[in-house]
Design a binder for this molecule. Sequence first.
Ligand code: NAD
Length: 500
Amino acid sequence: MAHSILPLWIDGRPQSAASSRLAEIVNPATGAVIRMAPLANAADVHAAVAAAQAAFPAWRATTPLRRARIMTRFRELMEKNRDALARLDSEEHGKTLADAAGSVQRGIEVIEFACGVPHLLKGEQAEDVGRGVDCHSLLQPVGVCAGITPFNFPAMVPLWMFPVAIACGNTFVLKPSEKVPSCSLKMAELFKEAGLPDGVLNVLTGDKEAVDALLTHPDVGAISFVGSTPVAQHVYTTAARHGKRVQALGGAKNHAVVMPDADMEFTADALIGAAYGSAGERCMAISTVVAVGAAGDALLPLLKQKAAALKVGPGHDAAAEMGPVISAPHRDRIVHLIGSGVAQGAKLILDGRGLTVAGYENGYYIGPMLFDHVTTGMTIYQEEIFGPVLIVLRVNSYEEALRMINANPYGNGTAIFTRSGHWARRFQHEIEVGMVGINVPIPVPMAFFSFGGWKSSLFGDLHMHGMEGVYFYTRTKVVTSRWPTPTEHSAATLAMPTLE
Ligand code: NAD
């Protein structure tokens, strides 16, 4: 059967690609190819950047208030189309519809934040920084910005980037994951319908070839990236070498510390959602439990019983709690890692390998997996598995848990479960991780705070959305002014001027 081929979205309309390379878009629930997407080449990147560059002067000159009005219409259209977007998200990624709808909603909240851009772009002002001298700062757009996004949030992660960049007066080229491009194309269409001028948002389907052309393109001023750590590092170093500002968010290994005083039933429910939601394919998934003292023996039976009860099935089945993983190679990698855990001496409490779903035998399913007595030397501790696998390590004290997490190379998210304000307060102060939950398993900040990890989970300085997003997508200019009267005269001085 011939499949439809998605277009690129350049200069406000669908266009066919110069590149002849194509990617198959597969529904992970069925294993069937559902459509094809072009893999953009350097000529396609050049066309998209040229459209964005041409649109920049007029968009920059559009007042923030007018930009915000278009953004408000975009938010309304996104809300009207939320279910359609969730269906596309689930169809190409595999997550359940309820999960997809939640993530589209979290993305819409970034648009909502960007609707406040006239307020967000206000700089600082000080009168009389010297006698008769005033000072104020301006936040001005960078120019053409580009975003490169991963497969696991087809709508939400692109929405972390382009609404804020565009509200700030930039134009944008988005390169979504080649596995899940349809949500991005749909959102570009909706933004045009909301009144966005042509060329302000462009979408390229593509892979490494398109990414590398963006990273080295002389007319791209800023790069936002979300994906795995090795690619984040490549993006950061290459784009920085080419003079661009970069924020590159990488992978994760998120630990939850469970203190013996925690409410175990509440904690187990929270951990099940955080570990197995979206089949563990979330950068904020809790993949590692650090059980302190007696917490381990109390928690394990609850985790086992609740994980074993999860219903695995296609994302569009309302009864399914967990869908498939993204691809057959990814499932094979997870299975391989599970084998390494067993071989290295971890205790496999629940084995989801070999699971099939009736009627969906070609889908990429794998059941929930649970390991106990994992140690930090094991591969299943050291690698980001990005699948429905929860590992439990046992330690004797809070201090031991803290040392373990702080020694881990990743620092995206973490959580502590306790009834004690003492441990919670120490944890938030001492932990070297960017996003911290206290009895909250997935502490993804709301749109008006900023999202980002530490260490190998983020290369660059500024996080996404919130005020850090506004600072990333703007350049600060500071203006110092004096208005002397015609009679005022000060003699020329060659010394460094000081103001008093
Ligand atoms: P990935 O790194 O394979 O791909 C991310 C993007 O980079 C895609 O658009 C892809 O086309 C492109 N890409 C892939 N290989 C490339 C290369 N060699 N050179 C240039 N570009 C390349 O990531 P993925 O598998 O799509 O997503 C899963 C990863 O993303 C996980 O590691 C997850 O933790 C991470 N992630 C992190 C966050 C965060 O906020 N820190 C959020 C979501 C996902």
